[in-house]
Design a protein around this ligand. Sequence first.
Ligand SMILES: C[S@@+](CC[C@H](N)C(=O)[O-])C[C@H]1O[C@@H](n2cnc3c(N)ncnc32)[C@H](O)[C@@H]1O
Length: 224
Amino acid sequence: MEQIGTATLYCGDCRELLAETPRSHALIADPPYGINLAKLTGSSRNKWNMSRRTVEYDFSIVGDDKPFDPAPFLDFQTVVLFGGNHFGSRLPDASSWLVWDKRDGSTSDHQADCELAWTNLRGPARLYSHKWRGMVRAGEENVSRGGVRVHPTQKPVALMYWVIAQCKLPAGTVVFDPFMGSGTTGIAAARHGLPFVGVEIDPTYFDRACDRLRAEQEQTPLFA
Ligand SMILES: C[S@@+](CC[C@H](N)C(=O)[O-])C[C@H]1O[C@@H](n2cnc3c(N)ncnc32)[C@H](O)[C@@H]1O
């Protein structure tokens, strides 16, 4: 366990922590969708020769090789689950889907134009546009470490900041991401001045989340 400001990060299987997690936490997560991304991309590791360096991406994600069961995660007061279109038959009816338009005006290609998050929020569906097409990534999160992407399915901090705003959480609500990957939801929670609990099963991504949250602690005054 790592305590970084108001963020508490666990390395392990979130299902083992679920029973003791208060249902008043806002569960905002981007779980493995069950789409076997590593297979879709041809192999778990891909290399591209760019003009001046070789970029290597590891696309393997724990749990992504089997269907995702959202049932254990649905009884929280607030729930947002990215990838809901991939496991929609196992989700309740809902009106307030959140749509991330990743194309943001550019033309369609082989990648998805948008990602869909199922929520138990009340109200209409909402749309957020933020370009994120392979290497073309808008915003301050356009980063990689030593030529290696921080996480193969890393979300923009700006997107997760918007998602948290859509939830209209009372002050002090704990944002809980049981599939935190590189900790993007935690950074967005910190920028809202909200406490965060994150869980990540893969030690490499857990370490990246810790690094990112520590860096955030240095620049976000709300993140004591
Ligand atoms: C889709 S990724 C999340 C990426 C994240 N949104 C980001 O911006 O970096 C899902 C993450 O859940 C992790 N994971 C899979 N099964 C898990 C489990 N049972 N408990 C905790 N983490 C798990 C995977 O290792 C992966 O990093």
